[in-house]
Unconditional design. Sequence first.
Length: 356
Amino acid sequence: MSEISLNNVCKSFGGVQVIDGISLDIESGELVVFLGPSGSGKSTLLRMIAGLETIDEGELTIGGKRSEHLAPGQRDVAMVFQNYALYPHMSVRENMAFGLKNIRMPKDEIERRVNDAARILEMDALLDRRPAQLSGGQRQRVAIGRAIVKEPAAFLFDEPLSNLDAALRVRTRVELAELHQRMQSTMIYVTHDQTEAMTLADRIIILNDCQIEQIGTPMDVYLYPNSRFVAGFVGSPGMNFLQAELSGTAGKQQAKLGDGSQIELSVDLGPGAYELGIRPEAVRVSATPAATTGTATVVERLGERTLVHLRLEDGTELIAQDGGHSEVKPGDLVHLTFDTSQLHLFDDKGRAHHAK
Ligand SMILES: Nc1ncnc2c1ncn2[C@@H]1O[C@H](COP(=O)(O)OP(=O)(O)OP(=O)(O)O)[C@@H](O)[C@H]1O
Ligand SMILES: [Mg+2]
């Protein structure tokens, strides 16, 4: 049975719809990420599950229990926010115990839960410190500890790492992934950062324009985006988009690029003008004449690989990938090959058609 189910939930603020009929089943133990641009309704959807926003229409089930009319405290979930706001005058132990004391839980049960949470988070040695005596990452762990002690059916995280600096964000992200593996608990994690989504999620739910744009595993949405929007949103650097004219018949088609070069491919589409999408790693620098040539404008060395920004003869810009020891310099004319198994064509409605 699903741990959390949404059935056709809707939400408007002052007549403006922000969630438009979303249905979704989250399995027990799953880590699901809501990913989408700013304003796409990620926090609103999470807050509707937590009970911090009302649900205008539709059904919510948590742990098998209809929950849309329950108060936040009656829903079996715990939320961790971006601004974790710990009580500065309380120790870590007291911060974690606070919510449980408020509901008059017996003392020995509180102690057991706080000790369990501290062990899970590897914070045993820090229990008597005040928040001011902790690093940013440790403070965020205390905030997660406050959620763990509630022993909820599901954890809800709203951009919990966005206040941390870049290096700490990466470390804490790994800690969270480990925590999820240890606890095997159901988690919903909201972020606008596609790297966070790719690295953490069992499934990514991509939100756009009040609706779910795509649901899939990280590699599903990366390899088989079902729209121009998803293709452009997932992956860093982003997918290249080029204008293409498709001709030929099924099984043997040609996509003609703006610079006149032709790419052979096979895709379930009729002739016409499309947008062609290809990720930088599928455009490679070749030592010998290949599909087309471009002039290198910027060469970004990332260590293990090199990103070569190029301009084709007609002015089309794209990014290709070369090895870490690439010899390409700005101004060089380079040959380019396209991995035609990684091509996508987008029609005028933005729907994706994957090359075979
Ligand atoms: N209390 C509110 N009253 C009116 N409009 C709201 C309210 N809360 C959110 N909105 C609007 O609803 C839409 C979705 O907001 P939401 O906060 O869910 O987006 P988000 O995806 O979490 O964005 P971000 O990545 O910036 O956090 C936005 O257009 C926002 O302006
Ligand atoms: Mg938000």
